[in-house]
Design a binder for this molecule. Structure first.
Ligand SMILES: Cc1ncc(COP(=O)(O)O)c(C=O)c1O
Length: 410
């Protein structure tokens, strides 16, 4: 049995929501089961003549029969096909975490002597990996505000192999013009990777805007229930095959079958969840703009967002993430942590429950971003002394509003 694509054929006219439910679906030939099986076997019996395989020299491990679960697994492969369909891509690799997808991708396309241009603000783990670990391996790294296209162009060098960014960026919700950055990357012969965790494929399709690879933390909106870690990198088959060989086989970043099954279950409701979440996020952002304790709200769907026009061009919905600033943020954070009853005061995002946390600018600079000069001013334009990062969940919007209101009011 080959683990190459064996998708249930869909009419060419099938819409995105239909594909999100159906792609990768393999009806179990022995039982007719429609829901995916959790295939727990670490190894699979080989057919006579299959021989012994070495990962080395195989162009695409996904072309081999299932033989060892660190390489490929039937349940994980169904998830990969579903993810590829969500992003309109040829293939996907599912990984144990979002960080494994980022690290596996960068360590596939970068070697000593190469150069990476990375967004100066993005997920803290990605910032710390690129700015602290990669230089130890002889990889030069230039952090840049990706919203300044002239700065991106100036940062590119003859040995730039990868440009990595997010849109909207975690945590300040700055938007990156993916089509424009992709033109710059391709002029330079570099691979553009977009971490689209905040947007989800429901809002933005980075590959259709010219990105080469899309990365997700599946831990967030795509699984959506706060009960499993996972990641993915999605794009052209030849690129994904390279990452599969390194990240899966040598770095051991493989996702487990149980986690894949849970994430497949999460994806079944991705579109309706995101519809509800985005609608509530719009209502909460609008409400917060009128709240006497709130000084600024950052939400791509608000006309007050400095890049609202770009967001409207690049996003079909504006996502579930909101940033807001209050007077005396530390006191407000203490009130939120103590008084919230519906929203949880906690890290992470993209769950069924709303979550909020204060990201103090001085602390973020000391621990992670280390920005100065214009880059720091650019950050402070969104976050000032501290930004509350609010991830909207599936509660009734009026309940989220009322809970935030009672907790914010001194
Ligand atoms: C934008 C973004 N990318 C990647 C990650 C890392 O994901 P994981 O925790 O699944 O490794 C996160 C985690 O918060 C994130 O927000």
């Amino acid at each position: 049995m080959s683990n190459a694509f064996t998708t249930h054929p869909l009419p060419a006219t099938a819409g995105a929501e239909t594909r999100s439910l159906d792609a990768g679906l393999i009806i179990d030939p022995s039982t007719g089961a429609i829901a995916p099986n959790v295939s727990m076997s670490v190894n699979n019996a080989l057919a006579p003549g299959d021989g012994a395989f070495s990962a080395d020299g195989v162009a695409d491990l996904a072309d081999l029969p299932y033989l060892y679960a660190r390489w490929t697994n039937p349940t994980v492969r169904q998830l990969e096909q579903r993810l590829a369909a969500l992003e309109g891509a040829e293939d996907a690799l599912a990984t144990a975490t979002g960080m494994a997808a980022i690290a596996g991708t960068l360590l596939t396309f970068l070697k000593a002597g190469d150069h990476l241009v990375v967004s100066d603000v993005c997920y803290a783990g990605a910032v710390e990996l690129t700015q602290r670990v990669l230089p130890d391996l002889g990889i030069a790294v230039t952090p840049v505000n990706m919203a300044r296209l002239d700065a991106v162009a100036a940062a590119i060098r003859p040995n730039t192999r990868v440009i990595h960014c997010e849109s909207p960026v975690n945590p300040i919700l700055r938007i990156v013009d993916i089509a424009a950055v992709s033109a710059l990357a391709h002029q330079a012969g570099a691979v553009l990777t977009i971490d689209s965790t905040f947007a989800t494929p429901v809002a933005t399709r980075p590959l259709s805007l010219g990105a080469d690879l899309v990365i997700h933390s599946l831990t967030k909106f795509i699984n959506g229930h706060g009960d499993v870690l996972g990641g993915a990198v999605i794009g052209r088959r030849a690129l994904v095959a390279k990452i599969r060989g390194r990240a899966g086989v040598y770095l051991g970043a493989t996702l487990s079958a149980q986690s894949a099954w849970l994430i497949l279950r999460g994806i079944d409701t991705l579109y309706p969840r995101m519809r509800t979440i985005c609608e509530s996020a719009g209502a909460v952002a609008t409400f917060l703009e009128t709240h006497p304790e709130v000084e600024q709200v950052v939400y791509p769907g608000l006309v007050s967002h400095p890049q609202h026009e770009l967001a409207a061009r690049q996003m079909t919905v504006f996502g579930g993430m909101i940033g807001f600033r209050t007077r005396d943020p530390k006191a407000a954070a203490a009130r939120l942590a103590e008084r919230l009853r519906i929203v949880h005061y906690a890290f992470s995002l993209g769950h069924q429950r709303s979550l909020v946390v204060l990201l103090d600018t001085a602390e973020m600079m000391a621990s992670t971003f280390r920005l100065s000069g214009e880059a720091l001013e650019d950050y402070r334009a969104f976050a000032s002394d501290g930004l509350f990062r609010l991830s909207i969940g599936l509660e009734t919007a009026a309940d989220i509003l009322a809970d935030l209101d009672q907790a914010l009011t001194p």
